[in-house]
Design a protein around this ligand. Structure first.
Ligand SMILES: [Zn+2]
Length: 144
């Protein structure tokens, strides 16, 4: 079972504070860090390696789920921009990282990986706690 399949399974377990919503094709969960407040993931429920391996109808419905998830984050946190990452190099299972961006960030206007290249950056300082996850996911749920 791949890492995303495991995450889908654990997200559906009862009382997972990171769980936001189950769509027809995907699971919407809060991310493990909050470098970008509201950072979340949309995970395809079925193990499919590439977007272009999906049938068109499912792909279009999944795109709609991505839009609904995005709108909930934007409405909740009033970010001015959303960055989408769907790389799949490390885990070959269709998923998106939804990175809300803000005008008052340290690296506004630059790629999200600028943070990781910053020598002063410590990701562990941004780890999402269970308590934080519960609070943020419930705020996002209210805007779905
Ligand atoms: Zn998988």
């Amino acid at each position: 079972m791949c890492g995303v399949c495991k995450r889908v399974e654990s997200s559906l377990a009862q009382n997972n504070p990171y769980f936001i919503h189950e769509f027809k094709h995907s699971i919407f969960v809060l991310g493990d860090h909050q470098v970008f407040k509201g950072y979340s993931l949309l995970l395809l429920k079925n193990h499919v390696r590439e977007l272009h391996d999906m049938n068109r109808e499912d792909y279009l419905e999944l795109s709609d789920e991505l839009m609904v998830a995005t709108n909930a984050i934007v409405k909740t946190f009033s970010c001015y921009k959303m960055n989408y990452q769907s790389l799949g190099n490390m885990v070959e299972h269709v998923h998106w990282h939804l990175l809300p961006r803000y005008r008052d960030e340290k690296h506004t206007g630059k790629a999200p990986w600028e943070y990781y290249m910053d020598p002063d950056f410590k990701e562990e300082e941004f780890r999402t706690t269970s308590e934080q996850a519960l609070s943020l996911s419930s705020q996002i749920k209210e805007n779905l």
